[in-house]
Design a binder for this molecule. Structure first.
Ligand code: TEU
Ligand code: CA
Length: 538
């Protein structure tokens, strides 16, 4: 059987609002993306995951959809979308759409009908519970703060929302909802899209009365039904976002028989640098040894029985160079080291826009932030008496806007992102960190990523090889091997800003260095954030 194309693919995520603005209104758009396709082709990626561009009131930057079959005017038109799909195709790039199926916008026609009365034909498209005003059905909380229930006087009922009040949860128990969704997905497949990323897919099968939000009993049956209805055609790739995923559930999600999805995004490595049992805003240092063991667990459990997706960044997360590397003195070295660490593993790697430039977190006054999650948290914590300084430290470390400042294209005003006023401020470091500078420099992070992507195409061991963690207890080094037939690959990464002794390099002296972020150097130590990949034959 032919290997699925996405097994040695690298996928690039675009957050359209912040990528490239073609018409000066300060918001990135589809024509802006089209104008940068050559850049992406040069990087070498196989597919683009587009964060939502559907019609939306933009309460949560497009993750609140009011028409699944239209493009929001701020991003362009359906004709622009067709053009993007066609232009990408010319460059062998597939377009992956972001499907938000757990909830819609409260401005979606279904919801506008549903909230009119209990006997409206669309009422049952959403999740309602009886009650009296002021007494919530239960104490479930919404993702973006406050209760998960909102009162609608016309119905004398509450609707359920796991995210903002403007994101009512769809009722997957209703077969009509599922049918409408499959029809809509097929419509996009027919337009030529190459796959889908499924937003919070583990939350669709909720049972709020039993306080079940993620991973409900009906989740996998629904996924199997949807997969059969629309995903098993045209080599589509599907990746589910699943914060609740465990290696065991991932074996179901990514079963190689194709009965559910191609792969899931799991977040175990992302949830480590916070205080146990608390929120992401409650900061804690990264437990590095656990971090390595988490990857080991995922790499070994899914080997030949499932499929991993590999990522350090996305539009909800801080910049990896600031979070796991060093965004000061060793920014370039550590950005490359993180790339080697991730791209050496088995699974499909994802690059989030700007990661290939080593873009960093940002620090701004609170008025300059735009994210609903961050702003709600700020208000709640200040009201609860947290010191302002502490709240801002959480914002700087974990706020989603870290990833949403405009893409840095060049050293001109607003980083070349827009000729107008950007919807969110540009990171002031754009004069140094930008695509134009990276393209001009042979040793740039961009060219390093380009090489890693090429290696994945050339070396089957990167796609197929088994994973063995070395030096599991080492507090600074992340070292592992991949093995495939008679070939072996060593991946060696120093996560510290100090020179660290290491004998592995010497052991592998006879091997071929495939990629490294330093030249030469001692054979018995690794310099700050040094990383390399070495191949040998047994
Ligand atoms: O994110 C899922 C989600 O649970 C987020 O709220 C996540 O926990 C948070 O951003 C991390 O701090 C998805 C989308 O990726 C996100 O952008 C949306 O806001 C959310 O779903 C609602 O659709
Ligand atoms: Ca625009």
């Amino acid at each position: 059987m032919k290997q699925a194309w996405w097994k040695n693919a690298v996928i690039y995520q675009i957050y359209p609002r912040s990528f490239c603005d073609s018409n000066g209104d300060g918001i990135g758009d589809l024509q802006g993306i089209i104008s940068k396709l050559d850049y992406l082709q040069e990087l070498g990626i196989d597919a683009i995951w587009l964060s939502p561009i559907y019609r939306s009131p933009q309460d949560d930057n497009g993750y609140d959809i009011s028409d699944y079959q239209d493009i929001d005017p701020i991003f362009g038109t359906l004709a622009d979308m067709d053009e993007l799909i066609a232009e990408a195709k010319k460059r062998n790039i597939r377009i992956i759409m972001d499907l938000v199926l757990n909830h819609s916008s409260d401005e979606h026609p279904w919801f506008l009908e549903a909230k009119k009365s209990r006997d409206n034909p669309y009422h049952d498209y959403y999740v309602w519970r009886d009650g009296t005003e002021g007494t919530y059905p239960n104490d479930l909380k919404a993702g973006f703060g406050g209760p998960a229930w909102e009162w609608v006087p016309e119905c004398g009922q509450y609707y359920f929302h796991q995210f903002s009040v403007k994101q009512p949860d769809l009722n997957w128990e209703n077969p009509k909802v599922r049918e409408e969704i499959y029809k809509m997905i097929q419509w996009w497949v027919d337009r030529g899209v190459g796959g889908f990323r499924l937003d919070v897919i583990d939350q669709i099968a909720k049972e709020p009365d039993r306080r079940i939000t993620a991973d409900g009993p009906m989740l996998h049956p629904y996924l199997k039904e949807m997969s059969k209805a629309v995903f098993q055609q045209k080599e589509l790739v599907t990746v589910g976002e699943a914060w609740s995923a465990t290696p065991q559930s991932a074996l179901l999600f990514s079963n190689p028989d194709g009965s559910e999805l191609s792969m899931v995004f799991q977040f175990e490595h992302i949830l480590l640098d916070q205080q146990p049992g608390k929120e992401k805003w409650d900061l804690a240092p990264l437990p590095f040894v656990t971090f390595k063991k988490v990857f080991e667990k995922w790499e070994t459990t899914l080997y030949q029985k499932g499929w991993n997706s590999l990522f350090f960044e996305n539009h909800d997360l801080p910049r990896s160079v600031s979070r796991f590397g060093n965004d000061g003195e060793y920014r370039v070295e550590s950005a490359k080291m993180l790339a080697v660490c991730l791209h050496g593993m088995q699974g499909t790697p994802y690059i989030y826009q700007g990661q290939e430039l080593g873009m960093t977190n940002v620090r701004m006054p609170i008025e300059d932030y735009r994210d609903i999650e961050l702003l709600n948290m700020y208000r709640e914590r200040i009201a609860a008496g947290y010191p302002e300084k502490e709240v801002m430290e959480s914002v700087y470390a974990k706020g989603r806007d870290n990833a949403r400042t405009p893409m840095q294209w060049n050293a001109e005003e607003n980083a070349g992102f827009t000729s107008g006023t950007p919807w969110i401020k540009v990171n002031p470091n754009y004069r140094e960190i930008n695509a134009e500078a990276a393209l001009a420099e042979e040793d740039s992070i961009f060219h390093f990523y380009q090489k890693l992507i090429r290696l994945r195409k050339e070396l089957p061991i990167l796609t197929e090889g088994s994973f063995t963690l070395l030096l599991p207890e080492d507090p600074d080094l992340f070292a592992y091997t991949r093995t495939f037939g008679t070939e072996e690959l060593l991946v060696l990464c120093n996560f510290s800003d100090r020179e660290v002794p290491c004998s592995l390099k010497k052991d592998w002296e006879a091997g071929e260095v495939l990629i490294a972020n330093y030249d030469g150097g001692a054979s018995d130590s690794l310099r700050p954030y040094e990383a390399c990949m070495i191949r040998r034959t047994k």
